[in-house]
Ligand binder design. Structure first.
Ligand SMILES: Nc1ncnc2c1ncn2[C@@H]1O[C@H](COP(=O)(O)OP(=O)(O)OP(=O)(O)O)[C@@H](O)[C@H]1O
Ligand SMILES: [Mg+2]
Length: 620
């Protein structure tokens, strides 16, 4: 027993907990009270463009409460939730106090608090059970056995009412726009909530859990939450738009925001707004009434006046609530920097991601299959154009052409990988922000299958061409040619991935990739031989891995051979070395060229990782 449970037990805290019988439920659900005082959120502080998004928001949410955050669009609901979830990035300045059981929070809070985002960001190709398994494998402590995890997943499936759909694929839009049939919108919403329940969190924050759902699905989602509040004593806060009156009645308290100001927090919103001069029309949905009242408050510019009056009261209430909280001063066992927010090490993360990426790869094989089919087709057409090449003048020219086009194919094929990271960027950003895993294991798992596809493609194309064109038949030469082709394919592939991770736009990546690929071809020493390259740009070949790949393949093909010039004595004919000299490839050391191409591939590999890790992060 590590992490949360361990942490709580170690310190011998006398904290009320909900412990159920099986280990699947045996996470100490500590009852947590959130209190926040005078929370302000300012974007671009002290600049001309300064914008106060939240101003002096105070309140307390105790265990077993289901609190709704209401307000017109843009009133700061998501912002408040993000701050309460400790997920706001450094885009703005947060001031005020946010305490959990009277203690400051830090990264470990993410284990106790689950944040369910507005969008359902799930991998379409895996099933409901596999999705929950993925979360269980990454979020639960290592000490949990497979059986215990399965029990937890079964229990969550029951809670979210999806036991009968456990083996259904999530479904959605695959890269390329193909629609994979799967769950309904409401079911996906419940899966997203289920993912947040894996660690049996004490606090659940949900951003618009019912938006986009029909009333029945919305009710099903809300009932799931009510069950959690009632049976597990969980603290739940959610933002919500237009709930039907039955849903409205489920909330124990309502928080109403207008232009970033708190204009009400309590259990009797109707009386409050009536007393402010906004009578409640009979037979109106209370939620609609509150929103109408807030809109009027906003339009008449009364938000500040009302909020200013209430702010000290709510602030005092928060303080008083904190003081009477029996766990006040209790230690949440959060030690800054000591405990990682991740429950599993890099290796486990890699293994879990490897399994999921593998499943996705196998279940959505169109990209890889197309790559292999194209490699076979290109190989066969190469064979048709350049079959059984001899060593006469025409034959050696054709050999050079085969080798050049083999390399070029290795840098053009990677265009199909442009969307590899782009298409999963949203999923990756969301999962990384939830501290499910680090960038490195994710990157290595994705690259494992990408490299596998590259190796197979290069081997297929290389072997077919080698065989048909009757290229240098030495075993060493064959394996060297395959090695160069694979590494050149890696370099080309990683280069395209680098461009795509840099721009995160498919169109832009194509434009840049096509331009660079053309330059690569021009300066590879085939169309324009080295001695004919324009002097001022000849250096470009040195930063061109296609040049080194082509030169190495040429050396591999011609070194130690004699050309067939028709002379009675072969000794009178030029050698393969002479032919290489014609291309300006003097004294080529193909082994060194292989190392250089490998260095390019490694360099691009690292650059892709850096782009993925540091650029286009989720901004909150
Ligand atoms: N980092 C930011 N930079 C600039 N503006 C921001 C930032 N974060 C939030 N805002 C602005 O603050 C306001 C409140 O945003 P928020 O997303 O919290 O609203 P909301 O109440 O959740 O709205 P909705 O109901 O439409 O989801 C919006 O006008 C939004 O554009
Ligand atoms: Mg919002």
């Amino acid at each position: 027993m590590e992490t949360i449970e361990m942490a709580a037990l170690e310190e011998g805290q006398s904290r009320p907990t909900t412990i159920t019988k099986s280990k699947s439920e045996m996470t100490l659900r500590r009852s947590l009270t959130i209190s926040f005082r005078d929370l302000c959120y300012t974007v671009n502080p002290k600049k001309k463009t300064e914008m106060k998004i939240l101003k002096s928001v105070s309140g307390t949410v105790t265990p077993g409460e289901l609190v709704a955050v209401f307000g017109p669009s843009g009133s700061g609901k998501t912002t408040l939730l993000d701050i309460l979830a400790n997920r706001k990035g450094d885009n703005g300045e947060i001031t005020g106090t946010l305490l959990i059981n009277g203690n400051e929070i830090d990264d470990d809070y993410k284990r106790l608090c689950s944040y369910v985002v507005q969008e359902d960001i799930l991998l379409p190709t895996i099933t409901v059970r596999e999705t929950l398994q993925f979360y269980a494998d990454l979020k639960l402590p290592r000490s949990w056995t497979a059986k215990e995890k399965k029990d937890r997943i079964d229990s969550i499936l029951e809670q979210i009412g999806l036991t009968h759909r456990a083996d259904a694929k999530i479904g959605g839009i695959l890269p390329g726009g193909i629609v994979l049939r799967g769950l309904s919108g409401g079911e996906k919403r419940r899966v997203t909530i289920g993912c947040g329940l894996v660690t049996a969190p004490s606090i659940i924050l949900l951003d618009e859990p019912t938006s986009g759902l029909d009333t029945t699905s919305a009710m099903a989602v809300m009932k799931t939450l009510v069950e959690l509040v009632k049976t597990k004593n969980v603290t739940v806060i959610c933002t919500i738009h237009q709930p039907r009156s039955e849903i409205f009645r489920l909330f124990t308290k309502i928080m109403v925001l207008a232009e970033g100001r708190l204009v009400y927090y309590g259990a009797d919103a109707i009386n409050h707004f009536t007393s402010l001069g906004y009578p409640f029309p009979e037979q109106t949905n209370p939620a609609d009434y509150i929103l109408d009242a807030v809109t009027q408050i906003k339009e008449t510019g009364r938000a500040d006046e009302i909020a200013d009056k209430l702010a000290p009261l709510y602030s005092e209430q928060a303080l008083a609530e904190e003081a009477k909280n029996p766990h006040f001063q209790g230690n949440l066992n959060i030690k800054k920097g000591k405990i990682s927010a991740y429950n599993n090490g890099m290796w486990t993360q890699f293994w879990v991601l490897w399994k999921r990426t593998g499943m996705d790869f196998v279940r959505n094989p169109s990209n890889s299959i197309i790559r292999f089919v194209v490699a076979i087709a290109v190989g066969l057409l190469f064979g048709a154009c350049f079959a059984d090449l001899g060593m006469d003048e025409k034959g050696v020219q054709s050999r050079a052409a085969v080798l050049f086009y083999l390399v070029i194919n290795m840098i053009l094929q990677p265009f199909c990988s442009i969307s590899l990271f782009i298409s999963k960027r949203t999923l990756f950003n969301a999962e990384r922000a939830s501290k499910l895993y680090h960038t490195l294991p994710y990157y290595l798992a994705m690259m494992f299958f990408e490299c596998l596809a590259c190796i197979i493609t290069a081997m297929i194309l290389g072997t077919i061409s080698y065989w048909f064109s009757d290229l240098n038949s030495g075993v060493d030469n064959y394996f060297f040619a395959m090695a160069i082709m694979i590494i050149a394919h890696f370099a080309g592939d990683f280069f395209m991935l680098f461009i795509s991770c840099l721009t995160v736009q498919v169109d832009t990546s194509f434009a840049i990739g096509a331009g660079v690929a053309t330059i690569y071809q021009l300066f590879a020493g085939f169309f324009v031989t080295v001695d004919k390259l324009p002097k001022s740009f000849a250096w470009l070949r040195y930063i061109n891995f296609v040049f080194y790949s082509f030169r190495a393949l040429m050396a591999n093909e011609f070194e130690g051979t004699t050309l067939d010039c028709g002379a009675p004595d072969a000794a009178l004919c030029p050698t393969g070395g002479d032919y290489l000299d014609k291309f300006g490839f003097f004294n080529t050391r193909k082994g060194i060229d292989l190392v250089i191409v490998s260095a390019f591939a490694t360099g691009f590999f690292v650059l892709v990782y850096l782009c993925l890790h540091y650029l286009h992060k989720e901004k909150r």
